[in-house]
Ligand binder design. Sequence first.
Ligand code: ATP
Ligand code: MG
Length: 387
Amino acid sequence: MEDLKKVIVIRYSEIFLKGKNFGFFEKKLLNNIKEKLSQFDCDVLRTNKRFLVENFDAKQEKKIVNALLTVFGICSISVAVKLDTDLKIINDYVSSIKIKTQNFRVTVNRADKRFPITSIDYSKSLGGIILKNNSDVSVDLHNPQTTVFVDIRENGYTLVYTDVIDCLGGMPVGTSGSGLLLLSGGIDSPVAGYMMARRGMAINALHFHSYPYTSENAKNKVIELAGIIKKYTGSIKLHIVSFTHIQEAIHKHCDGDFMITLMRRIMYRIAERLALQKGYQCIITGENLGQVASQTVESMTVTNAVVEKLPIFRPLISFDKEDISNIAVKIGTFDTSILPYEDCCTVFLPKHPVIKPKLEKCLKEESKLDIDALIDEAMSNIEVVEI
Ligand code: ATP
Ligand code: MG
């Protein structure tokens, strides 16, 4: 039983639905996995509707598993022992398995029809072998606490494993175009970026800061948040735009209750311009229906109205705050998001922000500003951070 070869089996699911385009999705997923594992010494092989990670140092196994847990498009993985498809070799190995629960079952999959025993018969036979070598355990076919999977593959080898680890699912990043994420330092927007990347979208980001009203810490917090979601989304170009003069101009010239609405209409204009310049195909925000005054359907109607050519995706629109926070904890952004640095939106916060803004009133207030000049100025000085 020496020299057991450990491998990691990677399964994917949704991309099977892709019909003719399956090859494109599979290749993208394989490349994303290879890139993620490039820090390890190992091989990633494509087999029939699965990938296998092989030839890695046992000491790296946990780290490789953890890295795979961040790749969208993988539905589950298993650490398996890879054996030659040979009755004696498989029987010998299975006889060494120690069952740590009260009951178990064996599930044989016979993808290689040349194997001489049917899967049902072989499951029974292997179950008998395990019973002989483990006292005080019984077989439970319906609710087993442990399942020993014996997967007899087409190409002459057999994989044996007991654990199936659920992964993130979703689609491989890079298969659904690219978007521009409006990234604040809050809880919601990093989660929104994560959710869109989960559907295969490549993510780039835009952050507005209001130095000196907001501190360098606020900016660094956003860079840090982008660094955390990068683990899932892959590399991000973070564009940082100064919003200071725009906020000052609105504050000076316009009805204070409209501050947030007008700010957001300008943010969206800048976002669309930048996205069109860079070829990003949509705008993504962390907006959430009813969460604050700027996120009522009326507010979103007047902010939406300035974006002409691109869709705005709000993947969190129907989520409860608690659900969003739970995802933030799971993906590791929560603790950074709650650091208490001022966001540019909070600096000039009106006492009574308008909840149901009317478009005519927005237009009237905006006519007091030279919006194009303000936007040109903001866009002439964009800092880009490669995350
Ligand atoms: P978040 O937790 O993402 O900050 P929020 O609940 O604080 O969201 P708002 O401040 O109204 O809500 O912002 C709504 C959305 O607008 C954010 O999710 C984000 O996409 C975008 N946004 C807000 N402030 C900024 C900013 N300074 N830079 C870039 N985008 C921003
Ligand atoms: Mg915010």
